[in-house]
Write a protein that binds this ligand. Structure first.
Ligand code: SIN
Length: 484
C-alpha cells in the first residue's frame, strides 16, 4: 500500500470532508476513517445549520453566538463564523445540496434555543447531518482508508510528517506534507452522550503526548433533551428544533418548570436548560418529559421523520406520548488550540478543524447549530491555507513503526468506570471535592498496566478535570457548586 501523500485528513465528518473538497484535485490526498465514514457526529446531527439569513442578520447571529458563549468567545473567530457562513452555505447549494424549502423554492428556516430569530437551515426534516454527510461523500474526489485507528502523530523538531496507524491488524506509518486532524470531540468519555461510537478523544490525547496545547477543556456541553433510557451507547437526541417549534419541557406534575430557572424557559441557552432539568430532577425527584402535544400527528411525522420513526420503534407513541428526557453530553467546546486557519502553534504542517479544534468560536457554550457551520467555514479556511502552500519541496523523514500495546484485557471495565466517573464528577454540576476524587482515580488508572487507547482517554479526562479545577467559578457550561 502507498504510504506517502500530499495531505492526510484524519476524520470523515463535515470538517474533514469539507477540507478535502476545498483542496485542488491534483493533490494526492487520503482521508482516514476509524470505522465507516458515516460513523461520526455529523451523520447524527438533527437540527441543522445556523446561518445569517441576510446581511443585517450577520450582526445578530454574531451577538447571539457571543451571548450563548457567556462572554468567553474569541470574537475574531465569531466574526469569521458569522460573516463567512453565508458564502459557505451558498457554495454548498451551488454544488447541488438541497436544504428543505417550500413549494416556491424559498428556504425554510427553523428556530433553536438562544437564537433571536429563525435562522437554522435543515434537510430531510430532522436528518440534516445525514443528508449533508451523504452529499459530501458523494462529491469526494479522494480515497478513504476505512477501519483505521490513528495511534500517533509523527512529529520531530516541531514539524509533523504524518501519522502512525493500526489497520487490518498491522501498525504502519503514513507520511504527508500536510496533516489535518478533523476527528471530532470526546463523547465516549461520558456515560451518557449523543455522539457516534468512534468519538473517543484519541487525537486530543495524542496531542497531549506531544505537548500540543488543548484549550477550554472544562467547557463541555450537555444537550438538554436526550432519551437516555435503554442500552444503546449513543443516546437518542431530541433536537432542539422541537422546542424551537413548540415542544415543552414538563415534569410529571405537568409543570413547565424551566421558567422558574430562566425567563426564556425551554428556549434559554443549552447550558441553562440542561442545568434546570438536572437540578429539578435532583430537587423534586420528579421525572421530566418532552411534551410534543403542540404538533399534529401528520405534521410531526413529516417535519421530524427520524425522531418519529426512532421513537416509535422503541415503543413511544409520538407525538401523542411524552418522552422521558435527561441531559446528555453532546459537544466539546474545548479542544486542540488553533488559530483561525486551523494552524497549531509550534507544530509546522499540522492543522486541526471542527469539533476537535478550539478556535474559541463557541466560548463557554456553543449556540445551537453553529457546529455544522463551523465545520463548513473553518474547513474552507484550512483548505485554502493548505492549497496555497508549496508542495514541490521534498519532505522526508522516516520514523520507526514501533508502537505501544494498544489495548489490554481489563481496559473495557476501566473505560466504563471512567465514563461513570466523568459523568458524575466532571458533568453538568461540578465541585472541588468531586473533581479531586475523579482526578485521584484517573491518576490511579493511569498507573495500571493499560493499553494506549485507554491511556489517551484517561489523559484527556485528566485534562478536563484539571481545567475544571483551575476555573473556580461557574461560566457557561462549566458549573461549580458548593456542597454543604
Ligand atoms: C439539535 O438538533 O438539537 C442539535 C443541534 C446542535 O447540536 O447544534
Amino acid at each position: 500500500m502507498k504510504t506517502s501523500y500530499d495531505v492526510l485528513i484524519v476524520g470523515t465528518g463535515i470538517a474533514g470532508l469539507n477540507t478535502a473538497l476545498g483542496l485542488p484535485k491534483n493533490l494526492d490526498v487520503l482521508l482516514i476513517s476509524k470505522d465507516y465514514a458515516w460513523e461520526c457526529n455529523t451523520f447524527y446531527a438533527q437540527g441543522g445549520v445556523a446561518v445569517a439569513k441576510d446581511a443585517q442578520d450577520v450582526a445578530v447571529h454574531r451577538r447571539d453566538t457571543l451571548e450563548a458563549g457567556a462572554g468567553h468567545c474569541n470574537e475574531a473567530a465569531v466574526d469569521v463564523l458569522c460573516s463567512e457562513g453565508p458564502a459557505a452555505i451558498r457554495e454548498l447549494i451551488e454544488r447541488g445540496f438541497s436544504f428543505d424549502h417550500d413549494a416556491s423554492g424559498r428556504l425554510l428556516y427553523t428556530k433553536e434555543a438562544a437564537h433571536s430569530t429563525q435562522r437554522i437551515l435543515h434537510a430531510g426534516g430532522d436528518a440534516t447531518g445525514r443528508y449533508l454527510h451523504l452529499f459530501l461523500m458523494e462529491q469526494l474526489p479522494f480515497p478513504v482508508l476505512y477501519n483505521t485507528h490513528v495511534t500517533d502523530l509523527l512529529i520531530d523538531e516541531g514539524t509533523c510528517y504524518g501519522v502512525r496507524v493500526f489497520h487490518a491488524g498491522k501498525i504502519f506509518n503514513l507520511y504527508a506534507k500536510k496533516i489535518v486532524i478533523a476527528s471530532g470531540g470526546v463523547g465516549s468519555l461520558y456515560e451518557y452522550h449523543t455522539n457516534a461510537r468512534t468519538i473517543s478523544a484519541d487525537m486530543q490525547g495524542i496531542c497531549l503526548d506531544h505537548g500540543i496545547a488543548l484549550a477550554d477543556m472544562e467547557m463541555m456541553q450537555f444537550h438538554p433533551t436526550a432519551f437516555v433510557l435503554g442500552h444503546a451507547v449513543r443516546k437518542q437526541l431530541l433536537s432542539e428544533s422541537l422546542r424551537g417549534e413548540g415542544a415543552m419541557i414538563v415534569d410529571d406534575h405537568a409543570e413547565r418548570f424551566t421558567f422558574a430557572y430562566d425567563p426564556r424557559g425551554e428556549l434559554a441557552p443549552r447550558d441553562v436548560v440542561s442545568r434546570a432539568i438536572f437540578l429539578h430532577k435532583q430537587k423534586t425527584g420528579r421525572e421530566v418529559y418532552l411534551d410534543l402535544s403542540a404538533f399534529s400527528h401528520e405534521h410531526f411525522k413529516e417535519r421530524f421523520p427520524s425522531i418519529y420513526y426512532n421513537m416509535r420503534t422503541i415503543g413511544y407513541n409520538v407525538p401523542e406520548q411524552k418522552i422521558p428526557i435527561s441531559p446528555a453530553f453532546h459537544y466539546a467546546m474545548g479542544g486542540i488550540h488553533t488559530d483561525l486557519r486551523g494552524r497549531i502553534a509550534n507544530v509546522k504542517d499540522l492543522f486541526a478543524v471542527g469539533e476537535c479544534a478550539n478556535t474559541g468560536v463557541h466560548g463557554a457554550n456553543r449556540l445551537a447549530s453553529n457546529s455544522l457551520l463551523e465545520g463548513l467555514v473553518f474547513a474552507r479556511r484550512v483548505a485554502q491555507e493548505i492549497a496555497q502552500s508549496d508542495f514541490s519541496s521534498r519532505k522526508e523523514h522516516y520514523f520507526s513503526e514501533a508502537e505501544a500495546c494498544l489495548s489490554q484485557a481489563g481496559d473495557k471495565e476501566l473505560k466504563n468506570e471512567l465514563r461513570r466517573l466523568m459523568w458524575r464528577y466532571a458533568g453538568i454540576l461540578r465541585d472541588e471535592e468531586g473533581l479531586a476524587k475523579a482526578q485521584e482515580r484517573v491518576e490511579a488508572m493511569l498507573a495500571l498496566p493499560i493499553g494506549k487507547f485507554l491511556r489517551l482517554r484517561l489523559a484527556v479526562s485528566r485534562e478536563i478535570i484539571l481545567s475544571a479545577r483551575r476555573r473556580k467559578t461557574s461560566l457557561g457550561a462549566h458549573t461549580m457548586v458548593v456542597r454543604n
